[in-house]
Design a protein around this ligand. Sequence first.
Ligand code: SAH
Length: 348
Amino acid sequence: MAEMRALIDRLESQQMLSKEEFITLITGISIEDTEYLREKARKTAKRCFGNRIYTRGLIEFTNYCRNDCYYCGIRRSNTGACRYRLTKEAILDCCKTGYELGFRTFVLQGGEDAKYSDDIVVDIITGIKEKYPDCALTLSIGEKSYESYLKFYKAGADRYLLRHETANKDHYSKLHPPALSADNRKRCLYDLKKIGYQAGAGFMVGSPYQTVDYLAEDLLFLKELSPHMIGIGPFIPHHQTPFADRTPGTMEQTLLLLGILRLMFPKVLLPATTALGTIHPLGREKGILSGANVLMPNLSPTMVRKKYELYDNKICTGDEAAECRSCLGRKMQKIGYELAVDRGDYKP
Ligand code: SAH
């Protein structure tokens, strides 16, 4: 107990531990010590961001995907998925609604859909940045070449989310078909940083075959990459995937890892994800209280929300965008935080 607290104190002061120490922390921490760690993480976030929570309007613009990730509900082989694409006009409509509601960051997320050629993506980016020059634009459209990433950046994209999923090659190959590799995923992340994007990595908590060793490797990889954003959330099975019968990740482990990440990266932009809100009704609130400082409510048209189903029982699929923002605003107020109307850039 005293030893565990000393470890937590050292994590706070050095913002790093050895792989063995991370393993000790993750496997051995008690409920009381987890609270001790979460409180430190919460205070760290408060020191850097006050009680202001940044919001990102998430626009899920296509659920077509050329990839076949074993965990993902919109994988190519899922013939049960009802596919859709949003036009540039529909995307701009989402931004309009979002802007009026107070969003100053839009996230375009989708499967890897070849129908959106680089030129089309550039045209969408240009359209959004022309109409909303005071907003940040984040892309989350998977693995591309350096040249494509550069084109999007020059067109005005500010940030890019690409979870590394797992830093361990063997684990990576158990979650993805042979066409995909941990090396290329990491290459993409380094390219994004080099180009100048605010870049986000991350992983699922409790994904199939994950071990504490692998989690420690994820933490070490993140330290080396030093991203501006880190997205983590529990793995949740999707009934039409090869992992349909797997055990989901837990809220407790996700909260612990959020706390560890906040102590490792005091200034990082760290969302309390929709997946965390899906496994527990108070998941996102608890995430904020473990040091998260970002929420990414859904701005996609209600008509398509249910179709962007990465995992089962995803929350907020029936709401209008306005309901989502005000509902989250109330939830945050209850725990002493407020939603900021702000781009919420990374500040070194
Ligand atoms: N195609 C884009 C966007 C992927 S979806 C890309 O490749 O980056 C965004 C994230 O959702 C993924 O990175 C993955 O970590 C997460 N995700 C996918 N399926 C999931 C599941 N079953 N449970 C929890 N998270 C999942």
